[in-house]
Design a protein around this ligand. Structure first.
Ligand code: SAM
Ligand code: SF4
Ligand code: SF4
Length: 348
């Protein structure tokens, strides 16, 4: 055993330069989306999507996942773009649910297709879903998501997921000044009543097309403050060091919510997350500008041993701490670094 590795049940597990293991893998299964959220892929831009043959196949994803398990991955999250647009996504879920070593298989979705898909996803072995909801008001929801979708369809999808057993359900809500900040307590209350865990996310400078600026960020402390005005709360300890959310519990019913303070209190120190883009590139940070193509290595005939050595070596070189660096730059009056992959290519 070397100092930058530990031995796990499935093989040698690398640590990066900051001593962080690799535990979570987020897999973007498609770059297309049926929404055009203002904070992710605004509708006033043109997007060029990958042709089908450039997407990773299910067999390629499965093979990579088996290798990542050997390196330490225990949690998988399918994302996108909109993962429910990937044809036969249930089949991929079934394949990945059967990989030994995977303890948690989740999926993040905008929820528009969830009503139709929830039972099949649960049946295929999906453990949990996270659904993104930025507003409960029809007009704001339509404006934020860009293509005139109805929030009722998403809320029905969430009910269908709960009925199918895809819980505990999490709701992701990006909070933006001038958009949905006035709805924080209403959103909290709606999902509190149903026992779902909302995670309010500070608007982040992901990608390059969402016109991010610091003065559009509502901080995690402000968000918690608005909720505390309506209900008494207590903080909850993080279940794992690598959890990104600061958690709270309502004293009256024990339901939880969280805030993700990526801008105001960055948390790179325990980040054990890797991301695979829909064309099979490996990103070791949400804010990276590029990553090596695993798909090309697979298609060029790399063996499992070649790939394992490559992945372990790549992880050992990792020193990403973008959010902490961003905080340092902002404190010094500088803008965040400019080159970043778009969120819909690698998922949240
Ligand atoms: N389409 C799916 C969805 O919206 O849930 C999955 C992909 S989406 C890129 C994953 C998550 O990223 C969503 O919860 C979304 O709210 C979040 N996200 C996208 N852009 C963001 C931004 N600028 N700041 C914070 N979160 C963002
Ligand atoms: Fe699509 Fe999700 Fe991005 Fe919205 S946040 S545009 S639903 S990928
Ligand atoms: Fe991890 Fe990068 Fe986010 Fe830091 S900025 S927590 S290293 S993904």
């Amino acid at each position: 055993m070397t100092p930058d590795s530990t031995n796990g049940a499935f093989g040698s597990q690398p640590r990066d330069r900051l001593g962080r293991p690799i535990r979570d893998l987020r897999i973007s299964v498609i770059d297309r989306c049926n929404f055009r959220c203002t904070f992710c892929m605004p509708a006033d831009r043109e997007y060029r999507f990958l042709p089908r043959q450039q997407l990773m196949t299910f067999e390629e994803i499965e093979r990579l996942v088996r290798l990542f398990v050997q390196l330490g991955v225990r949690k998988l999250r399918l994302t996108g773009g909109e993962p429910l647009l990937r044809r036969d996504i249930e089949e991929l879920v079934r394949i990945l649910a059967a990989v030994p070593g995977i303890e948690d298989l989740a999926l993040t979705t905008n929820g528009a297709l969830l009503g139709a898909k929830a039972p099949a996803l649960a049946d295929a072995g999906l453990n949990r879903v996270t659904v993104s909801v930025e507003s409960l008001r029809a007009d704001v929801f339509g404006r934020v998501t860009g293509l005139g979708h109805s929030v009722d369809q998403v809320l029905d999808g969430i009910d269908a997921a709960a009925a199918a057993g895809l819980g505990p359900i999490k709701i992701n809500t990006v909070v933006m000044k001038g958009t949905n900040e006035g709805e924080i307590a209403d959103i909290a209350g709606y999902f509190k009543e149903r026992g779902h865990i909302v995670r309010f996310i500070e608007f982040m400078d992901v990608g390059t097309v969402n016109d991010w600026s610091l003065d559009r960020v509502v901080t995690a402390s402000e968000i918690t403050g608005r909720i505390a005005e309506r209900w008494p709360l207590e903080p909850v300890d993080r279940a794992q060091a690598s959890d990104v959310a600061e958690r709270f519990r309502y004293l009256d019913d024990g339901v939880e919510f969280g805030v993700i303070p990526s801008i105001s209190r960055p948390f790179c120190g325990d980040c054990a997350r890797a991301r695979l883009s829909s064309d099979g590139r490996l990103y070791t940070c949400l804010f990276a500008d590029t990553g090596p193509s695993l798909r090309d290595r697979l298609r060029a005939g790399a063996t499992d041993d070649d790939l394992l050595a490559f992945l372990a070596g790549h992880w050992r070189q990792r020193e990403d701490r973008y959010s902490e660096v961003r905080a340092e730059r902002l404190r010094a009056g500088l803008q965040p670094a400019a080159e970043r992959v778009e969120m819909f290519r690698i998922g949240g």
